[in-house]
Write a protein that binds this ligand. Structure first.
Ligand code: TYD
Ligand code: MG
Length: 468
């Protein structure tokens, strides 16, 4: 009997498969993402299985420990995000909005990797988006050594793989994965089956020939890597390059790393000659005006990855003109702001229900560190009451729904940074153990600690200020 070709419907967002078409994916809830796909239904029979040679079984206890080599680019902001350097044979997915600098950062990274590692020779740059001349222009602008780069303007996966196997480059850059298609798979470039096949093939190439592969991925409007989430499962490392959109700093974030810690961040700044490292992010996120004090402005310290950053939170609370009060944030979670505003209204009897609240983290920093709760609440109250916190004070603490203030993680690291930046007082939740309190007071003699148990005590600090 002739084999029947089965038609299935596959969600382009999550990869779920259905026998019938519907307007909405039942798995992920997205609308209009089901696309028709062919599936040949060949069953592997027992007789075929017997013919296939079996895989080698390895005894893990007998494996000799090998030291992993890490290739360093000496751009420490990037090396740290990669977990201390690039692992040969790894596949790194770099995504970010159009124009954020993905092509730029990879050109600089690969050029520096070659300059700093004698065993590395040439990079193969594959682009389905730009011509050789455009790529050359960028490399010249970045002062990269052009002899280190070879280029192919190709979108066919099989041709790219074959060229890579012939050339055996020290590194392969694919710009971008959404433009590459395999002739062996149905569907247009960028579709779920194409993207998955392309990623798996590059993974095979990386592992077999020990070539590190960088895949550039576009992201959709809601900030996801375009194509399936399963792409992130296939690759070894997933990096996001973000910009606040106002020409501020770029933050390189690792969200998955099989060879290092996740949630590491690197801070970079785009200049006329590409990215430069921002050596002291705390002072740059404060944007030079940190001695400025006005109602609604509060300083705090967040920890991203394993690094503390001092940030300035600014709140503007003003009477609602329209019936419905507005809540707007930049760099902070909107839902968290709603919760904090509700706690303030209920516990402090400050009526925020007829007030618009606008919250901004200066310098384009994005964070959801819970240690900011108290600082955000104090910024809102400070603006509402029109009383400034004053002095060089930083605020740390997580806020509970009952208005209680809880101690925060990485406290010593944060206070060290606060002290380093010249602050002289910290308002924070009372430590649970007396020994913790003693230790803080002994270790940080220059800082004045103002311990508070709940929001009311914190507000008194604003109140006391005005009486003087
Ligand atoms: P690009 O790396 O092409 O972004 P992506 O690949 O993420 O789409 O370039 C990002 C932007 O940066 C582009 O608008 C031009 C600008 N740029 C500089 O400001 N300085 C530079 O040295 C370079 C190379 C680009
Ligand atoms: Mg690009």
């Amino acid at each position: 009997m002739a084999e029947k070709i089965k038609i299935i419907y596959e969600c382009q967002n999550c990869g779920a498969q259905f026998p019938k078409w519907s307007g909405r994916c039942l798995e992920c809830g997205q609308w209009g993402t089901l696309k028709e796909e062919m599936k040949d239904d060949k069953k592997i029979s027992d007789s075929i299985i017997k013919k296939i040679s079996s895989s080698e079984i390895v005894n893990l206890a007998e494996i000799e420990e090998s030291k992993t080599i890490r290739l360093e680019s000496k751009i420490s902001e990037i090396d740290r995000v990669l977990g201390g350097g690039l692992i040969p044979g790894s596949v790194v997915l770099l995504s970010g909005e159009p124009g954020v600098g993905k092509s730029t950062i990879l050109a600089q990274l690969s050029d520096n990797l070659i300059k700093n590692n004698n065993q590395l020779s040439e990079v193969l740059y594959v682009s389905g988006e730009e011509s050789a001349a455009q790529v050359k222009l960028r490399l010249e602008r970045l002062k990269c050594n052009l002899n280190n780069f070879k280029f192919i303007g190709e979108t066919n996966l099989e041709k790219i793989i074959s060229s890579a196997i012939q050339m055996k480059p020290a590194m392969l850059i694919v710009d971008s994965i959404q433009t590459i298609y395999s002739a062996l798979v149905l569907g247009e470039a960028g579709g779920i089956s194409q993207i998955r096949t392309v990623a798996v093939k590059f993974m095979e190439l990386a592992k077999r020939y020990n070539i590190p592969v960088f895949l550039i991925g576009h992201i959709t409007k809601d900030g996801q890597v375009a194509g399936p989430k399963s792409l992130e499962h296939i690759v070894d490392v997933v990096l996001y390059l973000e910009n606040d959109g106002r020409g501020g700093h770029c933050v390189l974030r690792s969200v998955k790393n099989r060879f290092g810690s996740v949630n590491e961040i690197g801070v970079l700044e785009m200049t006329g000659r590409g990215f430069v490292e921002v050596k002291n992010p705390s002072s740059s996120f404060l944007e030079g005006n940190w001695s400025l004090s006005f109602p609604g402005s509060v300083f705090s310290c967040v920890v991203e990855g394993h690094r503390p950053f001092l940030i300035n939170i600014q709140a503007l609370v003003s009477h609602t003109v329209f019936g419905y009060p507005q809540r707007k944030t930049s760099g902070f979670d909107l839902n968290r702001l709603q919760v904090l505003a509700a706690v303030i209204s209920k516990k402090q009897k400050l009526n925020l229900t007829s007030q618009d609240i606008i919250l901004n983290i200066v310098g384009g920093f994005k964070t959801n560190d819970p240690a900011l709760d108290l600082a955000v609440s104090m910024a809102i109250i400070s603006s509402f009451l029109n009383r400034e916190l004053g002095g060089k004070k930083a605020v740390l603490g997580e806020l509970g729904l009952g208005g209680e203030i809880r101690p925060v993680a990485y406290l010593d690291m944060r206070i060290k940074e606060i002290e380093k930046m010249g602050f002289d007082a910290v308002i924070l939740g009372e430590p649970v153990n007396l020994s913790d309190k003693k230790r803080l007071l002994e270790n940080f003699k220059k800082i004045k600690f103002i311990f508070v148990k709940n929001l009311s005590e914190a507000i008194k600090i604003l109140g006391d200020k005005i009486k003087k």
